[in-house]
Design a binder for this molecule. Structure first.
Ligand code: HEC
Ligand code: HEC
Length: 506
């Protein structure tokens, strides 16, 4: 806060000058001045800290997306939708203050801590300390002059929530129609699109409307008070305006109507099992995804975000891992109502596990979207080719908005085809290289049943190549996950990704 501290310093100097002219009349005055000097010194201390450590943290973690100048044009930005925020504008979507005013420090803190669901902006809660997040929040304020010219407004109060009942929902439905929320969100809140490119954010980036029936895609939270706050504050810079002029009761009715549309369980979208482990087993590793070796093995929940916002993103997967003396295996499972194998199209379902080759600490890890120069990653990639088994299931109920296409049943075409998995290395976007055939030791197999993919990867624990991830019980390993949904035409950088997780061998 350079401006504030300049005022403070000026004030201190001015009062000191007064004091030298007029002898202090009482001890109270001089104590007051001492306190002010102290405050202004500690103020400068924070400034220095922000300038040094805040900046260093920003360079380490935020540059790939937000860019060195904070203009939102980092190297990864090209691949992302929505685009990373241009921090020079000083316009923020998430704030507890009145619309078109600056966010509070706590608002910025919350955004950095929790990330932004449905976008590439990761949660930093497990990576950075409280102090570091505060320093970052202070540092990003230096990118916009707005913070030295304006003060944030007060926090807008959220009133007590009335009961969530039929009457409130019915009223909410009427208000939703009257205010024509459906212009952008669809008549049932189910529009999920970029509205043919017709709506933009301030600054010209394309906007995306998320399916309001999916609580896991609410960026500012899907609990009653969170949605209420979104409605009274608006998402500044986006086409989502503030509706603060409405009557309190009407706002709550709207909130309840939206919540009545939820078709999946609200869960904290950023909740993820950051620390995962591989269990020891005595049996031989069996590639079959429904093998009994997986019985009783702990499964970990991983949350995913789309690199590019799209309809129906898959936002969760579970992972398990086992190892014996010789081999290690991972089983990834996720819900996908439509299997896209080699039989029914060009866009295949795919998944990948990405390992950081030389780092075992998230804060030194490479950029999680495909590594970075001098910080290579090793990727295990699976695709739903003809080897994968797909079961038909007539009892399957659609759990997403579109209907289920029935895939051909029990297909296991040619089990002797070349492998469905590959080992790849990368040092950042656009640097993928397939390992030579002699280095491809990875095995894998997938199975789709009851609306769910189950995919097993397995490899020898020890391999000769220096481009392969090394597993040992002494050193943890950084790993991240990715999914491609063929039905959504996912391909290449169009995918869902997790942030880094830490694997240890038990
Ligand atoms: C992988 C890319 C990526 C990285 C890394 C990243 N961000 Fe973001 N960030 C985004 C995207 C994308 C958005 C915009 C999301 C949206 O508009 O909904 C965003 C938005 C923001 C916002 C704006 C929130 C608002 O209220 O409008 C802040 C603040 C922010 N990021 C801070 C940070 C900080 C601090 C770091 C580093 C610790 C960081 N980001 C790292 C992608 C990233
Ligand atoms: C002019 C188009 C437009 C209108 C009209 C509109 N919205 Fe939105 N709304 C958006 C866009 C765009 C977003 C997504 C913004 C983003 O994520 O960047 C959004 C986001 C939201 C969100 C999600 C907030 C979150 O946490 O992610 C809610 C809830 C919402 N709108 C409710 C409403 C309601 C209720 C109305 C009517 C009172 C309404 N909107 C009217 C465009 C609109």
């Amino acid at each position: 806060m350079p401006f504030l501290s300049t005022i403070l310093r000026f004030y201190v100097i001015a009062s000191l000058m007064c004091l030298s002219l007029v002898p202090p009349s009482s001890g109270i005055e001089s104590r007051k001045v001492e306190k002010m000097i102290e405050e202004s010194e500690s103020q400068m201390g924070t400034e220095l800290l922000v300038e040094k450590r805040g900046k260093a943290l920003y360079y380490k973690f935020c540059i790939p997306c937000h860019g060195a100048k904070g203009n939102g044009q980092g190297n990864a930005s090209y691949y992302l939708f929505p685009k990373p925020r241009n921090l020079n504008l000083g316009i923020f979507k998430f704030h507890s203050t009145r619309t078109n005013t600056l966010p509070l420090n706590e608002d910025l803190y919350k955004t950095i801590q929790n990330g932004i669901p449905g976008t590439a902006m990761p949660p930093w809660i497990d990576v950075l300390s409280e102090e570091e997040i505060h320093l970052l929040a202070e540092f990003i304020k230096t990118f916009s002059r707005r913070f030295s010219m304006e003060l944030p407004d007060y926090e807008m109060p959220v009133s007590l929530e009335p009961p969530f009942d039929k009457l409130s929902i019915a009223n909410g439905r009427i208000i939703y129609k009257q205010l024509r929320c459906g212009r952008c969100h669809g008549n049932e809140g189910d529009s999920e699109d970029r509205l043919s490119g017709s709506i933009q954010e301030f600054g010209g980036n394309l906007s995306f409307v998320y399916d309001l029936r999916r609580p896991d895609q609410y960026k500012a939270g899907a609990a009653g008070p969170d949605i209420y706050r979104t409605l009274i504050t608006g998402l500044d810079g986006s086409p989502m305006n503030a509706y603060e002029y409405m009557r309190d009761r009407e706002l709550w009715d709207l909130v309840h109507y939206l919540q009545s549309l939820f078709f999946i369980q609200p869960s904290k979208p950023t909740l993820t099992d950051r620390k995962i482990y591989s269990q020891t087993i005595k049996e031989k590793i069996d590639l079959k995804p429904d093998s009994p070796i997986w019985n009783g093995v702990v499964s970990f929940e991983i949350s995913l975000s789309p690199v590019r916002a799209r309809k129906n993103p898959i936002t969760r997967l579970t992972v398990q891992s086992v190892h014996n003396d010789k081999e290690i295996a991972f089983r990834l499972e996720w819900e996908d109502p439509i299997p896209n194998g080699a039989i029914n199209g060009t866009y295949l379902d795919q998944s990948a596990v990405q390992f950081a080759l030389n780092q075992d600490n998230i804060s030194d890890g490479p950029f999680f979207g495909m590594g970075e120069r001098n910080k290579p990653v090793n990727i295990w990639h699976w695709r739903a080719d003809v080897r994968q088994k797909i079961y038909n299931d007539d009892n399957l109920k659609p759990n997403r908005s579109h209907s289920i296409l029935h895939p051909p049943s029990g297909l296991l075409l040619n089990p002797f085809m070349e492998s469905s998995v590959e080992e790849i290395n990368s040092e950042g976007f656009g640097t993928l290289s397939l390992q030579p055939v002699e280095d491809q030791q990875l095995k894998g197999m997938g199975q789709w049943k009851n609306g769910r993919w189950s995919v097993v990867f397995s490899r020898d624990i020890k391999t000769p190549s220096r481009w392969d991830i090394k597993f040992s019980s002494e050193k943890p390993v950084l790993l991240a996950f990715a999914l491609w949904d063929g039905d959504n035409k996912d391909k290449n950088a169009n995918k869902m990704v997790s942030f880094w997780n830490i694997l240890t061998l038990k």
